[in-house]
Design a protein around this ligand. Structure first.
Ligand code: GLY
Ligand code: MN
Ligand code: MN
Length: 428
């Protein structure tokens, strides 16, 4: 792990909150993600499982967490199963957690090797009544590849067909939606490194620079500061900015272009998600600035609108109303179009086709299924945009906010966003 050690109290707290929700006899499980194969004998780097990390701090492959809060034997209430280290593993893959390390990271006292799982499970099964199985229940989760959780759940159901089964995900989504102080600190750390990356790129972007050279600048700043990319970065010049999931980053930035950068750092599995749009030559054209400032006004008002209890749907709809006004002024749409628009598909959607924001945390599009309002200490992105392929540019601006009792707190308030400030820094 590149990140500094995290106090295990964070994970113990999360386990306690989950345990408080589980009925007598419940046994909950969370599994590591698989190391996914590529071609030949290649594999992708392991992406830690967010739920397992949330509950234990463990990022190592093949780990299993078992929580049985009502177990009569205190040693059975929390058990962490780890891959047993051996000489071969040590030579080929390097160090794996020993039991002491597993205990230090997670704060769990009962640590076993994963090959002991079946025997221990058999001891516990007669006392346990309900299995809480985990599953990726994000509303847009990819379903083409079977996960370790799914294989595990199927095996346990075969071994214990008479046990009741419940879903763990709704509980974890609800718990993970609101962040605690330590989690906010880690998100702020990711944001701070993201800010450093942005300031670095402002100094090197000019006509003739390629999108991949810009990407490399971000990568250097992130990696040297114990971070990685939170998601595949979007570095999109000119009309590439209108491709919402542009990932090629292979074009040359030209004079007069805008460059949209949607890039965030991930620190200790907590993510930042920033978008800035800047002029390649250090100066916005009149039209570019008009569109830019329209997006900036919608961003700022949308941040102000993000208060505890506000409905997420209403928040999004409010942004449609603001965008409609802005687009009328920009002469992108007409009053006549607005008058006859389908309220479910307003005219502004032609140039602003994505959502206004999403929950942010251990996942970039963080789990929040079933959440319909902002809650205290939920963390959100706010990311309005206007995309004009016919004019050869798109503008998106994205900040990350924490919803607090005193209103929304912009966690990215120090990252330059005023058009004039960006011009100034670029021309220094
Ligand atoms: N970077 C992904 C997003 O903005 O949602
Ligand atoms: Mn983004
Ligand atoms: Mn986002």
């Amino acid at each position: 792990m590149r990140h500094l050690p995290i106090d295990s109290a964070l994970f113990a707290n999360h386990r306690k909150r989950l345990a408080d929700r589980l009925p007598h006899g419940a046994i909950a499980f969370a599994n590591a993600n698989d190391v996914l194969p590529t071609n030949a004998d290649g594999t992708l780097p392991l992406h830690p499982n967010s739920d397992l990390f949330y509950l234990s701090g463990i990022e190592q492959e093949e780990s299993i967490l078992l929580l049985f809060p009502s177990a009569s034997n205190p040693k059975h209430r929390e058990i962490l199963f780890l891959r047993k280290p051996n000489e071969q593993l040590k030579i080929w893959e390097g160090h794996k957690h020993d039991k002491e390390e597993g205990a230090t990271i997670s704060g769990i006292r009962s640590i076993h090797w994963v090959n002991e799982f079946d025997d221990i499970m058999q001891q516990l099964a007669s006392e346990g009544e309900i299995f809480y199985f985990n599953e990726n229940e994000h509303s847009r989760a990819g379903k083409t590849v079977e996960t370790r959780d799914q294989r595990f759940n199927q095996k346990l159901q075969r071994d214990y067909p008479l046990h009741r089964v419940e879903r763990l995900a709704p509980h974890l989504h609800d718990l993970r939606f609101c962040k605690d102080r330590e989690e906010i600190k880690l998100i702020k750390q990711a944001i701070e490194v993201t800010e450093r990356g942005f300031r670095k790129t402002l100094r090197m972007i000019k006509p003739g620079v390629t999108e991949f050279q810009v990407e490399a600048e971000w990568a250097k700043e992130f990696i040297r500061r114990r971070c990685k990319f939170a998601y595949t970065p979007i570095v999109a010049s000119g009309s590439n900015a209108c491709v919402l999931h542009y990932l090629r980053n292979d074009q040359t930035c030209k004079k007069g272009d805008l460059l949209l950068m949607d890039v965030g750092a991930c620190y200790a599995n907590y993510n930042a998600d920033l978008t800035r749009t800047i002029p390649v030559s250090g100066k916005f054209s009149r039209r570019q600035k008009q569109v830019y400032n329209a997006v900036l006004r919608v961003l700022r008002q949308s941040i102000d609108n993000a208060t505890i209890g506000k409905s997420l749907k209403e928040w999004q709809n409010d942004s449609h109303h603001m965008m409609t006004e802005e687009m009328l002024r920009l002469k992108l749409i007409t009053q006549a179009q607005v008058k006859k628009q389908d309220p479910d598909q307003p005219a502004c959607r032609k140039f602003y086709m994505h959502g206004l924001g999403h929950s942010l945390g251990l996942d970039v599009h963080d789990v929040s299924n079933g959440q319909s309002v902002f809650r205290e200490n939920s963390v959100f992105t706010v990311e309005p945009g206007i995309y004009l392929p016919d004019e050869g540019f798109g503008v998106r601006l994205e900040d990350n906010i924490q919803i607090t009792k005193n209103g929304p707190a912009n966690l990215m308030s120090k990252i330059p966003i005023e058009a004039e400030e960006i011009e100034q820094i670029m021309n220094r």
